[in-house]
Design a protein around this ligand. Structure first.
Ligand SMILES: Nc1ncnc2c1ncn2[C@@H]1O[C@H](COP(=O)(O)OP(=O)(O)OP(=O)(O)O)[C@@H](O)[C@H]1O
Length: 488
């Protein structure tokens, strides 16, 4: 649809854009990224024919841009116009109607039904119909931006060129505009747009071109561009990549400059003992990965609670009931990991283990009424879920990689299984050694301060500390719950 070949040029002396070549296919949403002054607008102006390149060519639908008459080109390529104050006296509809000039023919340039339909449709698509008769001067910056988009759409182009179209738009209009562009590209419109927001461009664009000092740094899919090193090289800024929670597109988070943080230790002294729960409210939020009833998954958490419930506890609506309980005790549900167990809180056990430059504080409540050997065949859903469970908390006093978090979960699980084996716990249904219970829960939380721990496998300092602390805490809690059962 559009082919740029060896484009170079600028303003008078000196080249701003140097040797840029790329092609855009029909129906693509193609993003141009790059720092301030890297030449994005200059490149877009060359594509639209506004600026003549010093050398190189732009072909639109196989024909050189400079061989189109302005009107011919305007029927194919629309540019989101830049706002000027002289336009403020026009109404919204008049402004949008200007987009039709390329389609008007004949000396008197009469307004046809087709023109009217295109204008109405463009206003509808951009949500500007309701203020059609208002002057532009009476609109907010975001509303004006949408009016100019409507003007470009009224042109009914095949290629739409946009320079930071989400400028001035609030979150919901940014999404609406990009959803609209995406649906229009699905219907064959080709969109080439400059973006400043890396994450939005990664979410919506099919391909991206990353400019650096007038040249192409990288061109490719969002996954090709959203590489920490590329972004750091071009923007000279520290970023960290993570997956979008729902869409397979990478996202970048800025890493602010932070003062060196004082080390914090999670230890026994922080344990809060209540008759029906134990809790830790650490002095700083901890980065956590858990399977808690509340606060599962990744998050920064400022409270950890393990709550005792009776064996007859109705599990049917346990999520709502648990949320109400934790909130009632003053825990912020957005920042809390909450677990539940039939184990009495007096039977909780904990252990601190230090290994080289890292320490681990583990807390366990180990009830094995529902002990299961996961390696045995069985029907997949239990007849009756009862709250008999092993809940394990692993607090690591160190800075953990994501790899270490995942390995930490493995190491803690291995330690739990060994504790069960050594205690001779069996699966009642199969008579074989139990590997856990039917509803075990696990948390690993780290201060993210202190020595960096890349790994938490079984022979690393962190892994050894986790293995020892979890084994001892689970074993002691098992002894306590077993004793309580025997005394009944
Ligand atoms: N009309 C002009 N005359 C002279 N120099 C210009 C003109 N417009 C831009 N420049 C210069 O060209 C360089 C690239 O500008 P351009 O606007 O293309 O960058 P950009 O990547 O779009 O930047 P931004 O992200 O800030 O919008 C800048 O150094 C700028 O000062």
């Amino acid at each position: 649809m559009l082919q740029a070949t060896e484009l170079s040029g600028g303003y008078g002396s000196g080249l701003i854009v140097r040797g840029v070549s790329f092609s855009v296919q029909k129906g693509e949403l193609f993003g141009i990224l790059g720092p301030n002054g890297s030449g994005k607008t200059t490149l877009l102006n060359m594509i639209s024919g506004l600026t003549r390149p010093e050398s190189g060519t732009v072909a639109v639908k196989g024909k050189m841009v400079d061989s189109y008459t302005p009107k011919e080109l305007a029927r194919v390529v629309a540019v989101l116009p830049q706002m000027t104050s002289s336009q403020f006296a026009y109404t919204v509809k008049e402004t949008v109607s200007l987009g039709r000039y390329a389609h008007q023919t004949g000396f008197f340039k009469s307004w046809t039904q087709e023109d009217e339909t295109a204008v109405q449709e463009a206003m509808k698509q951009t949500g500007t119909s309701s203020f059609a008769e208002k002057p532009l001067s009476a609109l907010s910056g975001g509303e004006r931006q949408r009016v100019f988009l409507a003007q470009a759409l009224a042109q009914e182009p095949e290629i739409l060129l946009l320079d930071e179209p989400t400028n001035h738009l609030d979150l919901s209009y940014q999404k609406e505009l990009l959803d609209l562009l995406k649906s229009m590209t699905a219907n064959g419109l080709t969109v080439i747009s400059i973006f400043h927001d890396l994450n939005l461009s990664s979410l919506y664009c099919d391909r991206l071109l990353l400019m650096d000092a007038g040249q192409i740094h990288t061109i490719g899919t969002p996954a090709d561009i959203m590489v920490e090193q590329h972004i750091q090289d071009v923007y000279d800024t520290d970023v960290q990549k993570q997956p979008h929670p729902e869409v397979p597109k990478p996202q970048m988070s800025l890493l602010p400059n932070m003062p060196a943080l004082a080390e914090v230790d999670i230890h026994e002294g922080l344990l809060e003992h209540q008759p029906d729960y134990i809790a830790i409210r650490p002095p700083v939020p901890l980065k956590a990965l858990s399977s808690g009833v509340i606060g599962a998954g990744w998050g920064w958490r400022s409270a950890f609670v393990n709550r005792h419930v009776d064996k007859s506890y109705n599990m049917e609506h346990f999520e709502e009931e648990a949320a109400a309980f934790f909130a009632g005790k003053g825990f912020d549900l957005n920042e809390t990991v909450g677990m539940m167990t039939a184990v009495k809180m007096e039977d909780a056990a904990w252990r601190m283990e230090r290994q080289e430059d890292v320490s681990v504080f583990a807390v366990a409540t180990a009830g094995v009424g529902n002990a299961v050997d996961v390696t045995q065949p069985r029907s997949s859903w239990k007849k009756q879920i009862t709250p008999g469970t092993i809940n394990i908390w692993v607090f690591a006093n160190g800075k953990l990689s994501e790899e270490a978090f995942v390995q930490g979960l493995m190491t803690a699980t291995e330690a739990k299984v060994k504790a069960l084996a050594d205690a001779g716990v069996t699966d009642r249904e199969t008579g074989t050694m139990a590997t856990g219970t039917s509803t075990d829960s696990l948390l690993i939380a780290a201060t993210q301060r202190g020595a960096y721990q890349q790994f938490a496998g079984s022979i690393t300092p962190l892994g050894i500390a986790i293995g020892r602390a979890v084994y001892e805490a689970v074993t002691e809690s098992l002894q306590k719950t077993t004793k309580r059962r025997e005394n009944l």
